[in-house]
Design a binder for this molecule. Sequence first.
Ligand SMILES: Cc1ncc(COP(=O)(O)O)c(C=O)c1O
Length: 365
Amino acid sequence: MNIEAGELIFFTRGNPAEEALPLLEIIDCANAVFQNEGKVLFQYGHYSGYTPLREWIAERFNVKIDQVLIGNSSMEFLTFIGALMVNKGDTVYLEYPSYDRAITAMKRIGANVVGIPLELDGVNIERLKKELKSSVPRLFYIIPDFQNPSGVTTSLEKRKEIAHLAQQYGFLVIEDGPYRYLRYRGEDIPTLKELIPDKVIHISSFSKILSPGLRIGFLMGPADLMPKFHKWSEDTYIHPALPTEGIAYEYCRRGLLDPNIERLKTLYRPRMEAMLEALDRNLKGAEWGKPDGGFFISITLPHNIDGKAVRENAKNFGIVLTDGRGFFPDWSGENFVRLPFCALTPGEIEEGIKRLTKAIECHKK
Ligand SMILES: Cc1ncc(COP(=O)(O)O)c(C=O)c1O
């Protein structure tokens, strides 16, 4: 491992590693599918996405094809959901902290965004029950597997509690699962969609398991809610981009996706372990959960550390950090530091955590 002293180490967004992108296979799939299906892929298409890919997704997730909508990324679905399900002033719950862009999407609509504190095994259920007594939300946005930003996985017990409360109070759950397939240890836990299919819209994407540049997300929802999503898609952009869907379909049709997921796990698992070990060795007094998969570990710095100064001066220590406040709807989280590990080598992780430790030590209040 060779890291130049002046080279910055980026602990910023959750990008896949460059070496994670199966470029040669993608090029080969593009060549083949453009040759064979070019007349379909470069023409106007179906408003819900490329039919063979929808069929493939429907079969994989055991839903009807009408329940599958493909879009230009799962991020876009957050705006669809906001437009279709939430009115200005409606209450929306999400985990506290949560995915910063989801918070922004809901705030843009003027929703009353309520954060339910996240613990190491999912949201605090007592707090959720208490909030429900004062206001029932239009929806509860939740990332149950290897959450962004915390890395937390919601336990089966808590999933069942949330499912039960969604039935009891009649709110909709938006389950965002882009990291679910990247489990590095332990056993899969059933999705909320599997527990209460009638009350859950599940969104996911090919971004973390194949390529984010393709911009392909997919949404699976209860049959009665789907017509308005299909119509919204048509009225928004006629249909999502087809050529990249064709590539992804060819990739899946050839049976390459599951081996690629296994390859990614082999690449990312040691990175997660390297970060956990580096944190254990270097950082005293901060708190962090131990994820079982995904892209992120997050730490909360103790109160005697000036988190703002750590972030603002990070470059002087050779690292770049994301603003932790963005993950909290009330803009708290000054001392919250998200550490994506997938795009860094174990050597960079070790060095980066040493630099972070120095930055923290230098910013005691
Ligand atoms: C929880 C979560 N949802 C959605 C997205 C957006 O992914 P996509 O590339 O499919 O738009 C991300 C991206 O990092 C994410 O972490």
